[in-house]
Design a protein. Structure first.
Length: 321
């Protein structure tokens, strides 16, 4: 396993994406980490912060195909999965929907009704999609980046906790600083076409799959596994660890939190050119993994306590033994 060559390829991917995307380095790093971990990402951010462009550029540099689904209140499950059609010459046949792509951008996912969420959930968790009486495997790799607009409240459906739990990460995308924004003015994709930025494929799809397999072999010792389980246990039993903000936790994280902390830390190690996990990698991924897996009480919501506040306290108080 040539970890250093993987790191070089991943750094080249970041460099190539920067030809077009300015000022979102951390978001690009998070998406790459999720991709290497074979997970999915939920991004919350205001319109115009390059979410669609990042996804398109990421697909281009990794040699993958991509599709974009604009979620609306009248969307049907078949609009994303596909349909069974009939032709007198061909008989019944399947027309696959936009879910059948390597990278799927689910734009404003919280606008879609529960039936559509259910169809997406099958693809995300089971890596398969059912159309009529047939079930089809998803492409490899299969990566969903879903977006939410935090300022919208009308015509939206809160995502069920069961679906939130299927996202490896929940992260935020913010506005660029003024220096970056001045550069963005010149790189405005409304003036130049995407193709004019000459974004090249840095790796082949097969290389990406190789990296995903390599990440599974990254070493994580028993002390760090114990650290992960205590971090997650602190979300369920905060009083045991002296977590004061724990009074605002209604429900702690599920076992998927422990699993995904280990998976994400391994991917973070690969991005840093290491074949083993160190404590800092777990801390680096903790907010993205846990923030959507802690359910706050009504009192916590009223006081505008955030799950990030709780995670920060947990990271400060839980030590590695």
């Amino acid at each position: 396993m040539d970890i250093q060559s993987y790191q070089r390829d991943l750094n080249n991917i970041k460099k190539e994406i920067k030809k077009l995307v300015v000022g979102q380095d951390q978001v690009i790093h998070t998406l790459l980490r999720s991709l290497i971990a074979d997970g999915h990402v939920l991004i919350e951010g205001l319109p115009g912060t390059a979410k669609t462009i990042i996804m398109r550029a990421l697909a281009q540099v990794t040699g993958c195909n991509t599709s974009r689904i604009q979620f609306t209140v009248d969307l049907l499950p078949t609009d994303i999965t596909g349909i069974t059609a009939y032709n007198k010459d061909k008989g019944f046949y399947v027309i696959k929907g936009p879910i059948f792509a390597n990278f799927v951008l689910a734009d404003e996912i919280n606008r879609a009704p529960p039936k559509v969420q259910s169809a997406l959930l099958e693809a995300m968790q089971e890596k398969q999609t059912t159309i009529g009486k047939e079930t089809f495997p998803m492409l490899k790799p299969f990566f969903v980046m879903a977006t939410q607009n935090p300022i919208e409240s009308s015509g939206v459906y809160p995502l069920p906790e069961a679906q939130l739990d299927r996202f490896l990460f929940k992260t935020f995308i913010g506005y660029p600083n003024m220096v970056d924004e001045s550069i963005i003015i010149d790189k405005n994709i409304n003036i130049k076409r995407f193709e004019e930025f000459d974004i090249k494929s840095v790796i082949k799809l097969s290389r990406l799959l190789e990296m995903q397999n390599a990440a599974k072999s990254v070493l994580i010792n028993n002390n760090l596994k114990n650290y992960i389980t205590r971090l997650v246990d602190a979300t369920r039993n905060p009083e045991k660890y002296g977590i004061k903000s724990g009074v605002y936790i209604e429900y702690g994280s599920s076992p998927r939190a422990s699993i995904n902390l280990a998976i994400a830390a391994r991917a973070e190690a690969l991005l840093n050119g290491k074949n083993f996990v160190v404590p800092q990698y777990i801390k680096d991924v903790a907010h993205d993994v846990l923030r959507h897996r802690i359910i706050l009480t009504y009192e916590g919501l009223a006081k505008k306590i955030t799950t990030d506040d709780i995670i920060e306290e947990i990271l400060k108080k839980i030590k590695i033994t």
